[in-house]
Design a protein around this ligand. Sequence first.
Ligand code: NAG
Ligand code: NAG
Ligand code: NAG
Ligand code: NAG
Ligand code: NAG
Length: 813
Amino acid sequence: MPKIRFAIRATSVICGLLVAGQKFSCTQTTDTKGYGLNVFQTTTTNNDFCGNMAITDSVGELVDICSAFCGNGNIPLLVGIPSYGFNHADIDTVCLADDNSLAQYNASHMNDCRSWSQALLLIKTRAAELVAALENITMAQLTFKAGIALKSKELAATMSSQETRDQLLSVTQSRSVAEYRSILEAGVADFLSTGKYRRDLQDTMEVLRNAGRMLDTTLNSNLPQLSRFVAECGDLLVSTGSSNEYLLDICIQRAAVCLDNPEAQHVGCCCSTIPLGGTFSITGEEGASEQQNSTDGSRRLQTAGAVDVCAEAEVLFSADLSQRSSELQSTTEGTALLQAHQAALRTAYPNFYTESGCRSRRLGDLDDMSLRHDGQAGKAAQEDQRRLQSQLSCTPQRATLGDTSYKAAFWAQTEQNYCVDIPPDAGATAMTDLGLSEICKSFCGENAIPLTIGGVYFGFNQTTMDGICLAGDIIEANSSFVSQCHTHARAMQNVQIKLAAFVSSLSVLEAEKTLYEANAKKAAADLKAAIEARASSVMQAALVNEKIIKLKELLIEETTSMKTSGSAYSAIQRAVKDVEAKGSDLQSTLSASLAALDTLVTDCNKLFTGVGASNEYLLDLCSQTSTACLDDDLGRHAGCCCGYSPLIALGSNTVPVATIDGLSNSRFTTDSSGRTRTAQRRLSTTYDVCGEAGKLAKPKVDEALAQVKALGFQSLIDERLMTMARRYPAQFGCNLPSCSSDTGGTCQIFSCSSGRGPTSCTNGKCLCSEGYCANSNGVCISVSDYIGDGATSFAQFVHLHILFILLAVGQHF
Ligand SMILES: *[C@@H]1O[C@H](CO)[C@@H](O)[C@H](O)[C@H]1NC(C)=O
Ligand SMILES: *[C@@H]1O[C@H](CO)[C@@H](O)[C@H](O)[C@H]1NC(C)=O
Ligand SMILES: *[C@@H]1O[C@H](CO)[C@@H](O)[C@H](O)[C@H]1NC(C)=O
Ligand SMILES: *[C@@H]1O[C@H](CO)[C@@H](O)[C@H](O)[C@H]1NC(C)=O
Ligand SMILES: *[C@@H]1O[C@H](CO)[C@@H](O)[C@H](O)[C@H]1NC(C)=O
């Protein structure tokens, strides 16, 4: 490795003063075209002739010096060889070309490209915000559902309490209806417009709508920029450094005259770059100091500017997620819902939500305790029962108010037993009010609030029940309204689908960009080989006045494959076109959907009467007393209806007409007596934007990365992973091939030693927490320390030594 220092020899070097040990006294100058660009000198410039210095006496060494000057991402253009040099004007015909064939200088265009390149970054950041907002809604919905379960339990407890019973017993039948209503109203208040569950969902929705609008605005201004970036920044431009340097005056080939002398024969180096590759300037001076600290090449890798949409979304959402998770986990209902959700994600997206190797990289470490299922109808102990069968024979009625397509339903026990005689669920000794509310809960399913009306000791007739179940004070029956709300709620699903397609196109673009970089690196490496192999003979053979022309032709020929005519360019162009298409698709969906979500929030903030697949809305649980039917004014039955919020359908894949389980709940379908009607079970599917995007992108990403490997640039993939792991240690750290979470420690008897760093005890093993890797001593160190620790295992997998020697187009845009 040549030890070169590129220095600005500015005014402090006095013209004509010979520095000790130096043969020449050339000073810094500027370009011949009046752009005001600086020529840099190095330790070899004035020292001796090129051929007399060990580090400049071969083409290969000169190319290496030139590469180091240009730095990562630039194509080094060596002008001159140990056997032939040029004067400044000649060099500038290559380095400041008039055409765009090799290295045109156009500062304003370079600046445009630089600012256009930011477009993608902004788009990704905004997309991540929308992904986070959608995840937020999913979690808020789980909270909402857990709230339903909790409130149902509370309501059941209140209803069956001795206090309520005494209160109801002490008033007349007509008064007791009013009492009942007020208890129910209080019970569902949290789900009504000002209630805390609804408000939370509404707030979350507001965040979503804002994120949607921001992304829309960003796409409006940035997609065109992205297009221009791809369309206009794929040609070679002169790359300049922070001191406006464009040329390195490496050494004097012959004749002791400075560069500006028409007879000068110097070897120079300038740099050309394709802005599309994400490089907009040369490393210049930095390149020199970096080279001296070459043992820590990893510092070169940039973290700024690399954004992974899904990881970014996780980071954005992580604080809220852990808060929401712990809130959910504070109840058994919430814990069960969360586990079911996570299990569903793992099943639906096994590649994205992995469980092994990388500990589930997005999901919490919940113990895999089995989920609670709705208690099955107890196989009743055959007890002596006062049978109603022969005396009570009723027909299920239609609703007496509002939408009369709604039907009351009977289950196996409606005509069989008085309320008090119904065989209780396993574990209980006798049917109680609580037992009846469990049955009601099954009827309503987990997405609606069960309203048990009446109990073992109180009954009501259907008119009274309908006054609660249909009239609109507590819940309202209006199926057309509900289906309208469902249409609005589906808007979110539409956004999710389009967003997944968009995020997927961004991943594909990222992979194609890596492939483009690999191709550019390959071409740059080929260029070095070509110069080494051909420059001498080409220049030897050329007439004296044509040498610079021939050299330029050689350079042009060798850089052609990097330019817009190459196949690498068309792949990245296709990928950007796809991003544009998916982006504008998303935009049109957003504009329609945000309006729908607005309507949803303002108009659908009520509870509606839940209906099952067969339009059942009211379950006639049992007769509390007498053989009179429910529809009889003397009938005194216990019944059950359900309050349904259309918000529950937000983001669902398919929104069924049935809003409650109704008779299709397993409690009722297990009855084979024919007394219960059965209908199809509702299916709800889990949809996850990032999981889906991963699935969609996989084939193209895999193909592009396979090509990168085939070109011999696995190192680029590793670099990207490393960049990502630095920025997103929790999300990408566990994907580093050499990062193991297993400390080797066990925690079967004692807990993990604190000396191991942040750990958790899983299945008796001490595993490092997310974002940490176990080092060789079994201590968990942070991913960034782990990567930074180049001396250990990491160096084995990333080949850092080639980073600054290879001519790379290797930064992220
Ligand atoms: C620089 O590039 C822009 C296009 O971005 C072009 O319009 C302009 O003419 C170029 N300037 C020069 C000096 O070539
Ligand atoms: C999640 O929703 C809450 C409101 O319910 C909001 O305060 C928070 O900012 C949201 N978080 C994200 C990351 O969208
Ligand atoms: C390079 O290393 C030297 C000491 O070894 C240090 O002073 C200098 O700051 C380092 N430069 C960079 C860019 O890290
Ligand atoms: C049901 O809702 C619609 C609005 O979607 C309304 O026009 C209609 O009057 C409502 N019907 C009843 C019976 O309330
Ligand atoms: C139902 O019961 C209420 C009071 O409990 C009574 O006022 C009403 O007349 C009854 N209606 C019918 C149709 O049975």
